[in-house]
Ligand binder design. Structure first.
Ligand SMILES: NC(=O)c1ccc[n+]([C@@H]2O[C@H](COP(=O)([O-])OP(=O)(O)OC[C@H]3O[C@@H](n4cnc5c(N)ncnc54)[C@H](OP(=O)(O)O)[C@@H]3O)[C@@H](O)[C@H]2O)c1
Length: 494
């Protein structure tokens, strides 16, 4: 099998000197993900020779204070140990600038600060803007970047935007219109960190160089595809956000539909970033829109009740702090969808996600058609190709092997796994791609819009309470109705 981490031509592009402008430098995401990712890229030599990183926030800090906070964050969150001999060289790249996104004068001063630093380092005005701030600030930031001239560069400019990308179809369109007034689509990098996960990035390099897998990647061989993203945790301290978002906005519109697209793309040949985007768009366009009948039969909404997770009794969703009384919010979602194209016609894709489930797992399972003659033998089960994405990273193939002492067949798994600790984190891969200008693993606007279009009728039906709210005990495998969804077609969740 081809080694993982195969780098495309685009990924080998050299990295140009640049300024990395981090809006939200004092925030949680910066500390947990962005600084550790930058540090690990630095350790791998995947940084420009000369780089100015300017952290922004209202909190009054000096550059030394920020560097101290970054050092603490690295000790806490870096996947590799901090190395004392190079730490200062890394930290020296960072400067802090006190900045209020709502104040026009902040931008005028920022421009001066940024230009002085560019001159000091002798670097061109290639600028990467990373918006790690609440969505309500994005409009002002993007408009002021333009008005102040900060984004009018002679060099390249790029904009990385965090999720959530809108809360429904209309707000997503408004947000996008704001971005596209100032930036071109190919300058906008919408983060969906599931696209940065190694096993998701490696689907192509698993299938394309392996003719036996490529031959199987087709509706003549496959009976169904299942995509699961389950968590054991509950809503935690995020109730104020989650009670409005639900599993459908938090997980389905973005991550699960991206996994559907990534699974369904056919890689007969090496595809460029633009070709992959085109294929993903075509897949979304081929998914049947949600009908009244789907809402009745193929969409499952669930919410957890008290139960036991990993041996510990836990509250039900309604009892969680910050959840409004008699909330109908979905903490579980499952659906059956169909992709009407030449490859997937008639093959159901089942997706499900939930909080407070029995296991933490993100996986894609391809189930193959059974041989009706062979299944008469005792113990024969369908073949499965299982791609574990998180927390385990592995690929396995379930085959039937005869056990001669019992005269039965037994399922056996052929596979390989990766040591997840030694793999670059999603944010490392995505930041690196942003810095070299490879948008393959970012969400293109067409994908985002088409995903919201698919989801919108479900959001409306949930808001109007037109879909039953099924309950499931915390620590279980989800509502009975979700099992029935696949059982009806002769399958089980794998
Ligand atoms: N945390 C996560 O795991 C996660 C995951 C995915 C997406 N996201 C998204 O990423 C974004 C950031 O998340 P976060 O968890 O880091 O949020 P956070 O901890 O609340 O940080 C927000 C940041 O925004 C800055 N800020 C707020 N108002 C500002 C203003 N008027 N001008 C300039 N800066 C301002 C804050 O700095 P000051 O207070 O110093 O001004 C702080 O650095 C959010 O949109 C979130 O939805 C977060």
């Amino acid at each position: 099998m081809k080694p993982l981490n195969v780098e495309s031509a685009a990924r080998k592009k050299s990295m140009e000197n640049m300024t990395f402008v981090l809006f939200g430098a004092t925030g949680d995401l910066a500390k947990r993900k962005i600084y550790p990712a930058l540090y690990n890229l630095y350790l791998d030599g995947k940084m420009p020779q000369s780089m100015s990183v300017i952290g922004l926030g209202r909190t009054p800090l000096s550059s030394e204070d920020l560097q101290g906070q970054i050092e603490d964050a690295l000790h806490q969150f870096s996947r590799r140990d901090v190395q004392n001999d190079n730490l200062q060289d890394f930290l020296d790249k960072f400067r802090y600038f006190i900045f209020d996104a709502m104040k026009e004068e902040s931008y005028v001063e920022l421009r001066k600060f940024m230009e002085e630093r560019e001159a000091e380092l002798g670097i061109p005005d290639n600028r990467l803007f990373y918006l790690s701030v609440a969505p309500r600030l994005i409009n002002s930031i993007v408009n002021e970047l333009d008005a102040s001239g900060i984004s009018r560069t002679n060099g390249w400019r790029r904009l990385i935007v965090e999720k959530p990308f809108g809360t429904d179809l209309e707000s997503a369109r408004e947000l996008n219109a704001t971005l596209q007034e100032v930036f071109e689509e190919d300058e906008i990098y919408r983060i969906d960190h599931y696209l940065g996960k190694p096993m998701v990035q490696n689907i192509e390099s698993l299938i394309r160089p392996n003719p036996i897998l490529q031959a199987l990647w087709d509706h003549s061989q496959i009976s169904n595809v299942q995509i699961t993203a389950s968590e054991t945790v509950g809503v935690g301290s995020r109730a104020s956000y989650y009670d409005k978002a639900g599993a459908i906005r938090d997980m389905v519109q973005n991550h699960l539909l991206q996994l559907v697209m990534m699974t369904a793309v056919h890689h007969e040949q090496k595809l460029s970033s633009t070709q992959i985007q085109k294929k993903k768009r075509e897949i979304m366009e081929s998914i049947s829109p949600v009908s009244e009948q789907d809402l009745e039969n193929n969409i499952i909404r669930g919410q957890y009740t008290p139960g036991v997770v990993s041996g510990e009794s836990v509250k039900g969703y309604q009892e969680e702090d910050g959840v409004k009384e008699e909330s109908h919010n979905d903490t579980f979602f499952a659906a059956k969808l169909c992709i009407n194209n030449e490859h997937w016609n008639g093959i159901p894709f089942y997706i499900r996600t939930g909080k407070r489930m029995n296991e933490k797992a993100t996986r894609i399972v391809i189930e193959f058609k059974e041989d009706s003659e062979a299944t008469k033998d005792v113990g024969i089960v369908s073949n499965l190709l299982i791609i574990e994405i998180n927390p385990n990273e592995s690929v396995s193939l379930r085959v039937n092997v005869a056990n001669h002492s019992s005269d039965k067949f037994e399922p056996t798994y052929i596979g390989f796994s990766k040591n997840a600790d030694q793999q670059p984190e999603a944010y490392e891969r995505l930041l690196y791609d942003g810095m070299i200008g490879d948008s393959t693993f970012f969400a293109h606007w067409h994908e985002v819009e088409l995903s919201w279009e698919w989801v919108q009728p479900i959001l409306d039906a949930f808001a109007g309470n037109e879909v039953p709210l099924h309950t499931y005990a915390a620590g279980s495998t989800g509502p009975e109705a979700s099992h029935e969804l696949v059982r009806r077609d002769g399958f089980n969740w794998n």
